[in-house]
Design a protein around this ligand. Structure first.
Ligand code: FPP
Length: 239
């Protein structure tokens, strides 16, 4: 896949992750550095999300999951939670037009949707429906998502179906999203998984950067993908 950067240099990758996970971290610190409220950091972060999700579409990455709001993020001050929900809402209102620019992007909202207001839920379902025929790149936005919750939900679904013995395949088939995650990018200097894609990350490669998410650029994405190309993945086997 050949693309061109701002400087008109060709960008191409021999290997791309089939599923890329991105933990969008550092919005609060970005805002603090500028003397701004945290919600300003999230607003800047949402713009970067839009750019990077479209870039993943242009590159032809088949699945990308962005961690936008965890099951633990409800503990944040109400003002911040409200600002995050409002950002999600305004993005979803424009999502159809937005993903059209990037071609073939299918949008999915993953996580426990039951806690959302009816209007937000309607927008989520609408955006999923409008893009369901797009087969290029699936962009999952994880909202009210937790990896443990995702696994427990899968097990409960299987119990409700009457299963008495559960296999790994059963669990995989009942998660919000497959396939296994090949690469997880986490900016902002933190090096932890934070309950993200726990099951799918069993053999993920990790790529960290000190850049705060609102400063994350396409070039940072290319750097992570370039590094991923060189990884020697053995999945528990030997050379
Ligand atoms: C973590 O940074 C970031 C979040 C909890 C929210 C991420 C959300 C966005 C980027 C907006 C997404 C919007 C859409 C439309 C998908 P932090 O607040 O924990 O930052 P800090 O560690 O510097 O305090």
């Amino acid at each position: 896949m050949a693309l061109f950067t701002k400087k008109n240099q060709e960008v191409s990758f021999e290997v791309l992750p089939e599923h890329l996970g991105i933990i969008m971290d550092g919005n609060g610190r970005w805002a603090k550095q500028r003397g701004l409220p945290r919600k300003a950091g999230h607003k800047a972060g949402a713009e970067v999300y839009r750019e990077i999700s479209k870039e993943c579409g242009r590159l032809g990455i088949k699945n990308v999951t962005f961690y936008a709001f965890s099951t633990e993020n409800w503990k944040r001050p109400k003002e911040e939670v409200d600002a995050l929900m409002a950002l999600c809402k305004s993005y979803l209102l424009e999502a159809k037009e937005d993903v059209k620019q990037a071609g073939d992007i299918r949008l999915k909202i993953i996580g426990d949707k039951e806690s959302f207001s009816p209007d937000l839920l309607e927008l989520m379902v609408g955006a999923e429906k409008e893009t369901e025929d797009h087969m290029g790149t699936t962009v999952n936005v994880a909202v009210n998502y937790g990896g443990r919750q995702e696994i427990v939900r899968a097990v409960n679904k299987l119990i409700a179906e009457g299963k008495t013995e559960i296999t790994e395949e059963d669990i995989s088939a009942n998660l919000y999203t497959v396939p296994e995650c090949d690469l997880i990018i986490r900016p902002s200097g933190e090096q932890r998984l934070s309950n993200f894609l726990l099951w799918q990350a069993a053999y993920s490669e990790f790529w960290y950067s000190d850049v705060l998410w609102p400063d994350f650029t396409k070039e940072d994405l290319y750097r992570a993908l370039r590094d991923f190309e060189k990884r020697n993945r053995r999945f528990g086997g030997s050379e």
